[in-house]
Ligand binder design. Sequence first.
Ligand SMILES: *Cc1c(COP(=O)(O)O)cnc(C)c1O
Length: 386
Amino acid sequence: MFKLSKKIQSLPPYLFLEIDKAKRKARAEGRDIIDLGVGDPDQPTPKFIIDALYQAAQDSANHRYALDQGMPTLRRSIEGWYKRRFNVNLNPDTEILPLIGSKEGLAHFPLAFLNPGDYSLVPDPCYPPYKGGTILAGGKPFIMPLLESNDFLPDLKKIPNSVLKKTKLLYINYPNNPTNACADKGFYKEVVSFATKHKLIVVSDLAYSEMTYDGYRAPSFLEMEGAREVGIEFHSLSKTYNMTGWRVGWACGNPQLISALAKIKSNIDSGIFSAVQLAAIAALEGPQDYIKNMCLLYQERRNVLMRGLDSLGWKASLPKATFYVWIRIPKKTNSIKFAAEILQKADIVVTPGVGFGEYGEGYIRMALTVPEERINQAIERLKKIF
Ligand SMILES: *Cc1c(COP(=O)(O)O)cnc(C)c1O
């Protein structure tokens, strides 16, 4: 048989496998499954964006290989969006790189900076590509536990000096998947001085910057003084514009980091379909009131779910961003068993916390990606069982 590489063998196990299997089986049996598992918007992409794609797809000029570094017009749109949103000026030629979704950028980035045995500081629980990308680049993830007692922020003081000497990257992600925690500017300031002191590269994942509630506005890491000297930030159109399947996002920040990622990518892909780039321009420059409505929809769902969890006596803190609710498991069991029990007895899919890392154990994640009436139905079912 074929022998897998050491890198593949050292990737973390895919812990959602059992849940995936059970979910498919339940669906095949015709059971009415309420899926609170996937972080994928249930609403369609806004029509004006689809129209832009449709028009661009008909133009044969867009059928050829796209430019590796993205269309200059898209980079300028991103520059404008960033300036309006965060009041940060970016050079569209050297400080912005469009991506085929931010996931590939986050996962490819370590290839540009890690040598064998180098560390990435990775939060745990976390979005899996931070660990996966580090391992595939020959590096080692060093886990920074995200604990409820520290508001799910990493405690940078706990990282040993011996590790810091061999550390190249530091991943941060706020608003956070899966815990929905948010970081304030004070935390970002601390990260800038920590990274400057220890000569680390900060990788900030801001996929949920626009999905916020109750008037909260998420800051960008790059708003901090000195951040551009040490960091790169990843953005995505996936959640902001309901475009998960379209595969478009961007990285921005320090020009040396941007050009290194561009070099890696020029060896791996050949750019984003030009028609998708033109649709992305339409999204970034079009009417943004649609984002407000999306947030109000999720906020209403959040309120319904939180009331329901409260009536069950389940503990979760009120999310002010992301479409995830991070729930403390209310009995003595582990997250995989608890998720399996919920699926088996209530036909509801939830994500076991341990799937995001060992420090996710003790929690489950529910996504607000189903209509209100389904959330109510889910609560009714849970009340009958727990
Ligand atoms: C959804 C998500 C992304 C976005 O990924 P894309 O590849 O741009 O679709 C990035 N980071 C986190 C934490 C996410 O949850």
